[in-house]
Design a protein around this ligand. Structure first.
Ligand SMILES: Nc1nc2c(ncn2[C@@H]2O[C@H](COP(=O)(O)OP(=O)(O)OP(=O)(O)O)[C@@H](O)[C@H]2O)c(=O)[nH]1
Length: 537
């Protein structure tokens, strides 16, 4: 190459040794580099099972997995039937369709065992060689057991000795985030709070009071201790709903139980709040505190009255306790207040705090878990169509800690679906992200991806090369929903329509109990009538 040929002599076609060595060296270096990259590259992991996104804390994860698996098998069978039908139509051998389907199924099984099907990793191989088959079998068993328990309604009450006591088993339909052990722990705290308390504050989220309420819980409290316990509904986070909505709910709930509006804590930064005249954290918690003191004084017992707080995850139970404790003045700092947090599942154990000789506060709230299961005795406001929607519902109820949300997208779909019932709320949500109007399809929520791509761009949730990170955008939306930056609420049922539904029992309860707490004249009616509908932010 670089040599100088003698005049008249042809240049050699032989590759010079120097170039040969250079090529060999480059090739070896490339191979080394590829080997190194292959070691680092986790592509081989992608053959592993994709987690369907159900948190370990979720109750009956097994049951959901079994449902998912059933869906998968059904879908696969349908696909095979379809393929067979197409094949049969093409060849005109309709009679052979069945055989073709069977063959296709066998082929499919083979390909899965060979690892050629990424999506469906586990197959219910009869040979037992596949460990996932055993897992599925156990999931099915667990699901069947759950169904049986559901029928008998005995699963929440069985942590102690009274399994046979049907009266005391109202919680059979309540689903609890957490495996069976954590569920038992939560149930135990809940039961302790109800057992020990004379007065139970049942905290509801003002944005969706019926959605965060369980009639079974109310019945069980009313029945407990021969009807000697008192239950007050606390309508918390009133700052997140407009005054007319609050007014409607107060009127509605008071048909069943005495109800007090509350702002237990200040809103999260940038939350959209409404100005309810005189309803500050200080004043509302002061009213509640005075009501409890009045009740304690009226009972004139030798012992102190115990006050317990119960409610769904994230409705503000710990904040209610903290707001009451903050009234202890000097004593407050002697007690580490209840941990409160935007994430669900912050509270786990029980503690009693003496406020004075007449009043004790149980500072560990009892968590009531939302149900997505339709049942005779408990009528949830939302019945999920499938496991994905059930999980999405729990996410929107803030019952799933963010770290355990594997797939936030269905929750955004559900949120858009719900908000789409009110064009005003959709418009407000679009303003939060400064997005142009979005065409929502209330039927299938197929605007989700469009919406999330836009949110990702606006909020800088972008991956490599500026690709919108849809999951991160969805988590942003869920957090904004939880913290009240996205507005949304349920309206109270029309007063005229079910005005007479409250039985005489309920009316008597509300009147009598309200007297004991001297609730007449406290907020609600007058202030709600006089509130100015001014949005603060
Ligand atoms: N805007 C507003 N936010 C509130 C109010 N009360 C509580 N919050 C917020 O709601 C979130 C949940 O409050 P917590 O008191 O931890 O709720 P919890 O029911 O004890 O939650 P768990 O322990 O998960 O069951 C927190 O971010 C609070 O700041 C309120 O009156 N208004």
């Amino acid at each position: 190459m670089g040599g100088v040929n003698k005049p008249g002599k042809k240049a050699s076609k032989r590759t010079p040794t120097r170039l040969k060595n250079k090529i060999q060296k480059a090739s070896a270096a490339k191979q080394r580099k590829d080997r190194k990259a292959a070691k680092k590259n986790p592509e081989w992991v992608s053959k592993l099972k994709k987690d369907p996104g159900i948190p370990n804390m979720f109750p009956y994860k097994d049951r959901l997995l079994a449902q998912i698996e059933e869906d998968r098998v059904r879908r696969k069978e349908e696909q095979i039937q379809r393929r067979a039908a197409v094949k049969a139509t093409k060849t005109g051998e309709v009679a052979d369709a069945q055989n073709t389907a069977e063959n296709a199924m066998e082929e499919d099984d083979d390909s899965e065992l060979n690892g050629s099907d990424d999506e469906d990793m586990d197959d219910e191989a009869d040979d037992g060689a596949n460990p996932l088959a055993a897992l599925l079998a156990s999931a099915r068993k667990a699901a069947e057991k759950y169904e049986r328990e559901l029928q008998s309604g005995s699963d929440m009450d069985d942590d102690d000795d009274d399994e046979s006591d049907d009266e005391e088993a109202p919680m059979g339909v309540i689903e609890v985030p957490g495996g069976s052990s954590s569920r038992k722990a939560f149930d135990k705290v809940f039961k302790q709070v109800v057992d020990q308390a004379d007065v139970i504050l049942y905290v509801l989220d003002a944005r969706d009071p019926e959605g965060t309420r369980s009639r079974d819980v109310e019945r069980s409290v009313r029945r407990a201790a021969g009807g000697g316990k008192r239950l007050i509904l606390i309508l918390n986070k009133v700052d997140l709903v407009p005054p007319p909505v609050l007014h409607g709910w107060l009127a509605h709930l008071r048909r069943d139980f005495p109800t007090l509006p509350l702002r237990a804590s200040n809103p999260a930064p940038n939350a959209h709040t409404f100005n309810h005249r005189d309803m500050t954290v200080q004043s509302t918690s002061g009213a509640l505190f005075r009501a409890l003191k009045t009740f304690a004084a009226s009972r004139n017992l030798k012992r102190a009255i115990s006050v317990g707080v119960i409610g769904y995850p994230n409705v503000g139970k710990s904040s209610v306790i903290n707001s009451l404790m903050s009234r202890l003045g000097g004593n407050r700092h002697q007690h580490a207040a209840c941990p409160a947090g935007a994430e669900a599942g912050v509270t786990t154990s029980i503690r009693a705090v003496k406020i004075d000789s007449k009043l004790t506060l149980l500072d560990s709230p009892g968590i009531v878990f939302p149900s997505t299961v339709a049942s005779g005795s408990n009528t949830p406001t939302f019945v999920a169509k499938n496991a994905t929607e059930a999980h999405a519902h729990l996410i929107l109820m803030n019952a799933v800690p963010p770290k355990q949300i594997d797939d936030p997208i269905p929750a955004v779909t559900l949120l858009l679906k719900r908000l789409s019932a009110s064009p005003v709320l959709v418009e407000k949500m679009m303003k939060v992200y400064d997005l142009p109007p979005l065409l929502l399809n209330p039927e299938n929520g197929d605007a989700t991806m469009d919406f999330l791509v836009q949110v990702a761009r606006k909020r800088g949730r972008l991956g490599r090369g500026g690709v919108p990170n849809i999951n991160a955008a969805a988590m942003t939306v869920i957090t904004d929903w939880r913290d009240g930056r996205i507005q949304g609420w349920a309206d109270a049922p029309e007063p005229v329509a079910d005005c007479d539904k409250a039985g005489t029992d309920e009316k008597a309860i509300t009147t009598e109990w309200a007297k004991e707490f001297k609730l007449e004249g406290l907020w609600g009616d007058e202030s709600a009538a006089a509130v100015d509908d001014v949005e603060m932010q």
